[in-house]
Design a protein around this ligand. Structure first.
Ligand code: ZN
Length: 211
């Protein structure tokens, strides 16, 4: 199965992606992870990506498409299918993808905006294992309960940047929902619920598609 995962920042995409790839044994293709690795290594693509991300903008289509196309051409994706996370984000990206791949399902996680703001601005991430927590459930703790690593707030999780990220998402990515709805592959999921409840809905709907 070739699956795309859609959802605003803070919609729980990362959590659901982990559950989906484990359940269906799919490679997890996260453009965010690929970019972060490039930024850390200060590659030419990483430098371009950082410039745009720091301003709360998306990375340009040509850069992103090149990275994705190269990754989907590898053996694991050809054999098993994949879960695409963070791509496509624009109609031109979706059209490019349609030119090279057949997409079976586009999972769209819907979460209320006020809940997204609260989740993102209150998020604390472990510097070691990357587990994320919400500040309201930490009781003042500053270290990760899984590995003891130091918790920090991501630079782009402040209210101003979060508002900008959500606006960018709505303006540029929401049209994709129309695009894939018209193609008949959209799978809408209620994302306000707990991670396990959200995943149960995803699995139920994907299993119907597989039959
Ligand atoms: Zn940790």
């Amino acid at each position: 199965m070739n699956i795309i995962l859609l959802g605003a920042p803070g919609a729980g995409k990362g959590t659901q992606a982990s559950k989906i790839v484990e359940e269906y044994k799919l490679p997890h293709i996260s453009t965010g992870d690929i970019f972060r690795a490039n930024i850390q290594a200060e590659t030419p693509i990483g430098v371009i990506a950082k410039f745009h991300i720091d301003q709360g903008h998306l990375v340009p289509d040509d850069v992103t498409c090149e990275i994705v196309e190269e990754r989907l051409a590898q053996d694991d994706c050809k054999q098993r299918g994949y879960l695409l996370d963070g791509f496509p984000r624009t109609i031109p990206q979706a059209e490019m993808l349609d030119g090279i791949e057949k997409i079976d399902a586009v999972i769209n996680i819907n979460v209320d905006t006020s809940l997204l703001m609260d989740r993102l601005c209150g998020r604390r991430v472990c510097s070691s294992c990357k587990e994320s927590y919400h500040v309201s459930r930490l009781n003042g703790a500053t270290t990760c309960e899984k590995c003891g690593g130091e918790l920090f707030q991501r630079k782009d999780d402040n209210p101003e940047t979060v508002a900008s990220r959500l606006q960018v998402y709505t303006a540029q990515t929401a049209p994709l929902i129309d695009y894939y709805t018209k193609k008949g592959v959209i799978v809408n999921v209620h994302g306000n619920a707990s991670p396990d409840e959200v995943f149960a809905e995803i699995r139920e709907k994907l299993d119907v598609l597989k039959k």
